[in-house]
Each structure stands twice: as C-alpha cells, then as structure tokens.
Design a protein around this ligand. Structure first.
Ligand SMILES: NC(=O)c1ccc[n+]([C@@H]2O[C@H](COP(=O)([O-])OP(=O)(O)OC[C@H]3O[C@@H](n4cnc5c(N)ncnc54)[C@H](OP(=O)(O)O)[C@@H]3O)[C@@H](O)[C@H]2O)c1
Length: 154
C-alpha cells in the first residue's frame, strides 16, 4: 500500500529555499512514529534538503535521474518503478512537491499534517483532494491537525 505523508501550511505550502520553513517537534515525532520501519520514497531535492542523510530506521528510496551514488539509500531512476514495491511493506511517499503530485492519485491514503500559519513558502502543493479522495478522519494535535484522506478508487 502507498501512502503520501506531508505537512503543509495554511496555503498548502510545504517548502521554502529547499527546506521546510518550520520546526515542529510534535509533527516530526508523529512522522517518525508513522514511518518507522517502513519504506520511504523521496525526490532528489528532498534528499538534498536533508543533507543527503538517510532517515534512520526506514528503508530510504530516492527518485532521481541524476544521482549516481549515495550511502544508505536505493536510487530509483524511473518513478513508475516504485510501484513494484506495492506488495511489500507500507510505502510512504514523503515529498517533495514533484513526487507527491505525480503519485498521490495512486495512494490509498494521504496523511496531511495541517499547520495554521502562513510560512511564505515558495513550494506549494496542488492536490485535487475532493475528486480522488474522501476525508476519512481528522485528528487534532496541540500544534496542528492531521487529516487522513482515503482514496475513492484504490
Ligand atoms: N512539508 C513537507 O512535508 C515536505 C516534505 C518533503 C519535502 N518538502 C519540501 O519540498 C521541496 C522539494 O520539492 P521539489 O518538488 O522541489 O523536489 P522533489 O520532489 O523533492 O525532488 C525533485 C527531483 O526528483 C526527481 N524526480 C522528480 N520526478 C521524477 C521522475 N518522474 N523520474 C525521475 N526522477 C524524478 C528529480 O531529480 P533529478 O533532478 O536528480 O533527476 C527532480 O529534480 C523542498 O522545499 C522540501 O523542503 C516538504
């Protein structure tokens, strides 16, 4: 099963200057808890944004046509190849914009952490939630709320 997981601000912003423009420990702890021990798939720019350090405790896959080698990750050149992992563990698409937008319609769930501020992001997600998904659950945390969207077709 594929699940996209990301955190966005009030304007669907997810990044600025190739970084996440907020520090939110509560949200990061939830992300770690949910993705722990599973596969995580990210775009090369997101991998750059975490200084090319694989996320500990998870199997890291980086989608790129340019990256030749990096420690602790598997490089995937053809985005469609990620779906070969569909029958294995839980597979989390963790960003960034280009990877989420190309894959979210093939995800069974979207786990979206929503922050209530505007962080003046230069990267904003364009997701058509209502055509493809229904709102399945909202969980309120102290500093954000998690919206879980369930696919209507998968
Ligand atoms: N808020 C959040 O939850 C969250 C999560 C993750 C990231 N982010 C933010 O998102 C931003 C990065 O997003 P982004 O869209 O600019 O970059 P991205 O999706 O992380 O990476 C883009 C790169 O992925 C590779 N790629 C994309 N589509 C491909 C395809 N079809 N086949 C092969 N390779 C493909 C290319 O790498 P090559 O150029 O090497 O070929 C492309 O340059 C940053 O600001 C980051 O901090 C936010």
């Amino acid at each position: 099963m594929f699940i996209a997981i990301y955190c966005c601000d009030i304007r669907n912003g997810i990044g600025k200057n190739n970084k996440m423009p907020w520090v939110n420990k509560e949200e990061l702890d939830l992300f770690k808890k949910i993705t722990n021990n599973h596969n995580v798939f990210m775009g090369r720019k997101t991998f750059d944004s975490i200084d090319r350090k694989p996320l500990i405790g998870r199997n890291n896959f980086v989608i790129s046509k340019t990256l030749e080698k990096a420690n602790g990750i598997t490089i995937i050149n053809d985005l469609n190849d990620i779906f070969k992992y569909n029958d294995t563990k839980l597979n989390f698409i963790i960003g960034g914009k280009s990877i989420i937008e190309q894959t979210y319609k093939k995800c069974k769930f979207l786990f979206v952490s929503n922050l209530s501020n505007n962080y003046d992001c230069d990267i904003k997600l364009e997701i058509d939630y209502y055509t493809n998904f229904e709102l399945y659950k909202i969980i309120q945390f102290k500093t954000f709320y998690l919206a879980i969207w369930k696919s209507k077709i998968i």
